[in-house]
Design a protein around this ligand. Structure first.
Ligand SMILES: Cc1ncc(COP(=O)(O)OP(=O)(O)O)c(N)n1
Ligand code: TZP
Ligand code: MG
Length: 224
């Protein structure tokens, strides 16, 4: 099979104390490609301290480390990429803080927004939600064709997010998605390491038409 293997992009739940790191370590032992720290509750100081520890855990394993929402936490923790959406600083505003760090964006269900984000320098776009999300039940549901249309609209990697699990991920992979971003199907499972390994087995059966980790390889972090 030609092309690249689509990636598993893990997103953390909110930081809840020391047990959080044991949960993340278990998931990292399964071998994801990316870990994003997403925390809607903790203070900036706590998020910076947690992010610095997560960045070390990820880089010890060759995993890309991403910070959600906050350019200051991304900068001060040495993240590989910042992810922003509609309620966060714009790409241009974030660039003032993070310098040449890659910035990824949410494009919801809109291919026109995805084109605009690519034009403004976004390293990837993430479409979703595709299924009712346990972590973000308010997220609007996208048409199933959004991935196919999104892959035609932009040349950067296209990820899918929202209610994705090992049992519903295959139709998204069959459309050629560059990667899938998940929270609860890994972090709410009884065995996060086994959940990651299950995804890895599924993803290995599929290919995508663009380097799903171009923004990480360009930084010289990822392997060949
Ligand atoms: C890869 C990826 N996609 C989407 C999100 C959503 O982020 P969130 O901060 O919950 O919402 P928006 O700011 O995008 O509206 C994400 N964190 N990561
Ligand atoms: C952050 C985000 N953006 C759209 S859905 C979602 C939450 C994804 O979490 P889950 O994989 O538990 O549905
Ligand atoms: Mg956000």
């Amino acid at each position: 099979m030609s092309g690249w293997k689509p990636i598993l992009y893990l997103i953390t739940p909110d930081y809840i104390g020391e047990g959080f790191f044991r949960l993340v370590e278990d998931a990292l032992d399964g071998g994801p490609d990316v870990l994003q720290y997403r925390d809607k509750k903790s203070t900036r100081q706590t998020r910076t301290e947690v992010a610095r520890r997560l960045r070390r855990m990820c880089h010890d394993r060759g995993v890309a480390f991403v910070v959600d929402d906050d350019p200051y936490v991304a900068r001060d923790s040495g993240a590989d990429l910042l992810h922003v959406g509609r309620d966060d600083p714009s790409i241009e505003e974030a660039r003032e803080v993070v310098g040449n760090m890659p910035i990824g964006s949410s494009s919801y269900c809109s291919t026109s927004l995805a084109r605009d984000l690519e034009r403004r320098g976004s390293a990837y776009v993430a479409f979703g939600a595709f299924f009712r999300s346990p972590s973000k039940p308010e997220a609007a549901l996208c048409d199933k064709k959004t991935i196919t249309e999104g892959l035609r609209a932009v040349r950067i990697p296209v990820y899918a997010i929202g209610g994705i699990s090992q049992t519903n991920v295959k139709p998204l992979l069959e459309q050629g998605v560059s990667g899938v971003a998940v929270i609860s199907s890994v972090f709410s499972s009884e065995n996060p390491k086994r959940a990651v390994l299950e995804y890895s087995g599924i993803l290995a059966e599929y290919r995508c038409d663009r380097d799903p980790l171009s923004w990480f390889r360009r930084a010289g972090q990822a392997g060949p």
